[in-house]
Design a protein around this ligand. Structure first.
Ligand SMILES: [Fe+2]
Length: 287
């Protein structure tokens, strides 16, 4: 087993399936499904998984991943209207004990290349550490949704931010409770961002093409919104059990060649009234 370091980017690892521990010289962070594991750049670490399927959404950020600025006071503390607080953040605990000489392979990722360094001692074999640069975990299940009488704008789901992008959590919550509210969001086109949604749990399976672990990508400037029939079907609905992670980027995204193999060419046509073979999906309830 090797050790890994991302030299240039912070990583946010969303654990869809799998549980285990992240080890670093700062100690162990246990994780389970629903956790965001935030690993700042240059932290040498290993992921240790228990048996069972593993499915991760990994977001690389070339700027620091931070909590939302508007939820912090000038001391950096999270304010009372923040959807989560410091007590929800799980820092490293028990230290890793790895002593003795040997060949310890550290793979360093930089500019799309992996560089191999061999250490004579475990990179976790340290005397101690000091400071507040460390990996941590935060569970999406500890994100307290912000709801209202009228439709709340997407920033209420924001969980993290970096330069030019945000990560949002769509979690089980009550719908808008004005007596005349329409729970389904309205059609819109994102002026500022490309919008990527990753579907974690809920009944997305009700629609072909948007299954668990699917991605949708709505580029900025392209209108989108609920599928036909969704607005009517949403009337009177009180709550949703969906779980999804959204990444909004304020610069255009481009597909990789690998991603091209997974394209569902029918998706852009799925708003066509002739198309509707499936009932509305709960994914329609997300902005
Ligand atoms: Fe949108």
């Amino acid at each position: 087993a090797y050790y890994y370091k991302n030299a240039l980017a912070d990583e946010v690892i969303f654990v869809h399936e799998g549980r285990g521990e992240l080890w670093s010289q700062l100690g162990k962070v246990a994780f389970e499904p629903g956790d965001y594991v935030v690993v700042p750049r240059t932290i040498i670490h290993q992921l240790h998984f228990e048996d069972g399927p593993v499915r991760l959404l990994i977001i690389e950020s070339f700027s620091p991943v931070e909590t939302c600025r508007r939820y912090r006071n000038h001391f950096g503390q999270l304010l009372e209207h923040s959807p989560y607080c410091e007590r929800d953040i799980r820092p490293p605990g028990e230290l890793v004990r790895e002593e003795g000489e040997g060949d310890y392979l550290v793979q360093v990722r930089k500019e799309g290349q992996l560089h191999q360094l061999t250490y004579a001692h475990s990179p976790f074999d340290v005397v101690g550490w000091d400071g507040y640069f460390y990996p941590y975990a935060f569970s999406i299940h500890d994100f307290e949704p912000i709801t209202g009488r009228l439709h709340q704008p997407p920033p209420v789901h924001q969980t993290f931010e970096g330069n030019n992008f945000v990560i949002c959590s769509f979690v089980p919550r009550l719908f808008d409770y004005h007596p005349l509210s329409i729970p389904a969001p309205y059609n819109h086109s994102n002026v500022d961002s490309d919008e990527v949604l990753y579907y974690v749990a809920g009944n997305f399976m009700s629609r072909r093409g948007v299954d668990l672990a699917s991605f949708t990508w709505h580029p900025s400037g392209i209108p989108h919104g609920p599928h036909p029939g969704t607005v009517e079907a949403s009337l009177g609905k009180k709550e949703t059990h969906e779980l999804a992670v959204m990444v909004d980027t304020f610069r255009p995204l481009y597909l990789t060649e690998t991603a091209l193999h997974y394209l569902d060419p029918r998706y852009p046509m799925s708003w066509n009234p002739d198309f509707v073979p499936d009932p509305p999906r709960s994914a329609d309830m997300m902005d």
